[in-house]
Design a protein around this ligand. Structure first.
Ligand code: AMP
Ligand code: MG
Length: 538
């Protein structure tokens, strides 16, 4: 299949628009003043079979800025409800998102959605717009997550415009074109349960099962559903994916199986977030993807210095969505999804059993990832304690999350590489190397004592050194989208300079691969980074 040279040449379907009219409102986007494409993403284009040459065609700008509809698409905003900060919020919906249609590309069907394309019937008090600041953050984060091998919505294009948008200050408008196999959320299910429409609830569940979880219809022992498009990345993560001992779907009831499948994907997603120090910031049920994708990037953050209680959203005063709380919040959200499904499933015990898959999958997912991160070939007695102690040490001494794991591969007495090779692994060829493992901790002696235990553990296993080191470097990122890096890209983009966005897109697509001359992007943040505050206002 050759790539389409124009957006209008893509094959477009509208499966979501085929659902009953109650599910959405058909409407048009509202054009912006002087929109321009700030950046477009070739990797995302490839997924939908679009030649990057198409980016320069006027039709591309027209569609991704919300000036014209997608040819063959039916523009709509979807309705959903949700629990926000633990409280039932009633009806919400796409307040500033427009679904354009679904492209049938070489890697399956991808829905294209604009974020910031104007008001909808679900805008409530909002203006239907998104500002450049938050749009750059979403654009970069979704690609950074994909680069890390974490399931996520993708981003095709970033548009900026001159229209003023009022937030805490006056900012300017922007639009991100997002892509996902589906944007259905837990809140989409809660909506029909709360409105006492079991007919619509069943229609939605059937739609999701038929398109994404067909195995749920099978008899017991059916295959576990495969991942949605999007989760590939560093070999270490992908490579271990097949190793999870997950029993098949056990229920004869497809809706119970659906809950189990979503539970498992969500638990895997939580494990993936936790081990890279990612905080979502607003894990309301309306921001939880039914496909287990990272969805709705707002005040998210990748941690610099580790703090288990880190809260990335400064409006989350009680820390409901702090880093350490994310898995339990996900479980709470799944309970809300299960409650909604009670309208379709009479057997509460079956739903409870499906939810029961959360903990084992989470624990297994964490263990598998920690093994890879620490370079263990197997899991031995005492490893749990060793790993717990590392977390505690990182927390107590605010060690840099990313560099702690990355530098472990180079810890003294555990590397046989020449100093030049180590430097190369750290992204540098000349000049000072990055802070060594032990210096990342305020108490070097405590870090040294832990390192002695770790060294004994490694030596006892006797795994070939280079194999272990290569494995660790393949899963422990050197570059993550630190807040201050995103901020620098935003500041430059405000004056029309997209070079930082471009550089980050390239770097973060391969976050584990050291790239010469890029030491600055791997370093600990400068002091001013501590002052950055991120809130829901986007
Ligand atoms: P969020 O916390 O960003 O997921 O948003 C919660 C709800 O508010 C969703 O239904 C959004 O569509 C809506 N929303 C957020 N910002 C705006 C805005 N500027 N205009 C309209 N709706 C918005
Ligand atoms: Mg949302």
């Amino acid at each position: 299949m050759t790539a389409a040279r124009r957006l209008g040449d893509l094959r477009v379907a509208n499966s979501f628009a085929g659902l009953p009219e109650d599910f959405y409102t058909r409407l048009a986007t509202r054009p912006l003043k002087a929109p321009r494409v700030l950046h477009a993403n070739s990797a995302a284009a490839e997924l939908i079979g679009l030649d990057p040459e198409a980016f320069a065609h006027p039709e591309f700008l027209e569609v991704v800025s919300g000036t014209s509809p997608l040819r063959g698409g039916q523009t709509l905003a979807a309705v959903y409800s949700g629990h926000q900060f633990g409280v039932w919020a009633g009806q919400l919906g796409d307040g500033r998102a427009h679904l354009l249609g679904e492209v049938l590309g070489p890697t399956g069907a991808w829905e294209l959605q604009l974020k910031g394309g104007g008001m909808t019937p679900y805008s409530r008090m909002g203006d239907g717009r998104a500002v450049l600041r938050s749009s750059v953050r979403e654009y970069l984060a979704s690609e950074a997550m994909h680069g890390l091998g974490i399931p996520t919505t993708r981003a095709l294009a970033l548009v900026s415009a001159d229209d003023p948008v009022i937030r805490e200050t006056v900012e300017t408008a922007a639009v991100v074109t997002r892509m996902a196999p589906s944007f259905v959320r837990f809140g989409s299910f809660e909506h029909w349960a709360a409105n006492r429409r079991p007919d619509h609830l069943r229609t939605l569940a059937d739609y999701v099962i038929d398109r994404f979880y067909p195995e749920c219809r099978g008899a017991s022992g059916a295959q576990r559903p495969s991942r949605p498009n999007g989760g590939s990345g560093p070999e270490g993560y992908r490579g271990t994916e097949g190793a999870i001992p997950v029993p098949g779907l056990v229920s004869g009831d497809p809706y119970v199986n659906l809950l189990q499948a979503v539970t498992e994907r969500t638990a895997e997603l939580m494990a993936a977030w936790q081990v890279v120090g990612f905080c979502h910031g607003v894990m309301n049920t309306d921001n939880m993807s039914i496909l287990g994708l990272t969805l709705d990037y707002g005040p998210y953050g990748f941690m610099d210095g580790f703090d288990a209680r880190h809260i990335c959203n400064h409006t989350d005063v009680n820390g409901r969505y702090a880093w350490h709380a994310q898995p339990s919040v996900a479980q709470w959200n799944l309970l809300r999804l299960a409650s909604s499904l009670r309208a379709l499933v009479a057997d509460d015990d079956a739903l409870r059993a499906a939810l029961g898959r959360f903990e084992p999958v989470l624990l297994d997912g964490m263990q598998r990832r920690m093994m890879a991160k620490l370079g263990f070939a197997d899991w031995r007695a005492g490893d749990e304690q060793l790993v717990d102690d590392l977390w505690r040490l990182m927390h107590e001494h605010h060690a840099d999350f990313t560099l702690t794991f990355r530098q472990l591969a180079h810890a003294p007495g555990l590397t046989n590489a020449a100093p030049e090779r180590v430097l190369e692994d750290l992204g540098g060829t000349v000049g000072p190397t990055l802070t060594p493992f032990i210096d990342l901790f305020t108490d070097r002696d405590a870090a040294g004592a832990w390192l002695t235990r770790y060294r004994e553990r490694i030596l006892a296993e006797g795994r070939p050194w280079q194999e272990r080191i290569d494995g660790m470097l393949a899963v422990n990122p050197l570059y993550v989208l630190r807040n201050y890096l995103a901020q620098q890209a935003i500041d430059a983009a405000k004056s029309g300079d997209v070079s930082e966005i471009d550089r980050l897109m390239q770097l973060l697509a391969h976050p584990c691969k050291a790239q010469p001359g890029m030491e600055r992007y791997a370093a600990q943040p400068p002091a001013w980074a501590n002052g950055i505050e991120v809130s829901c206002s986007s």
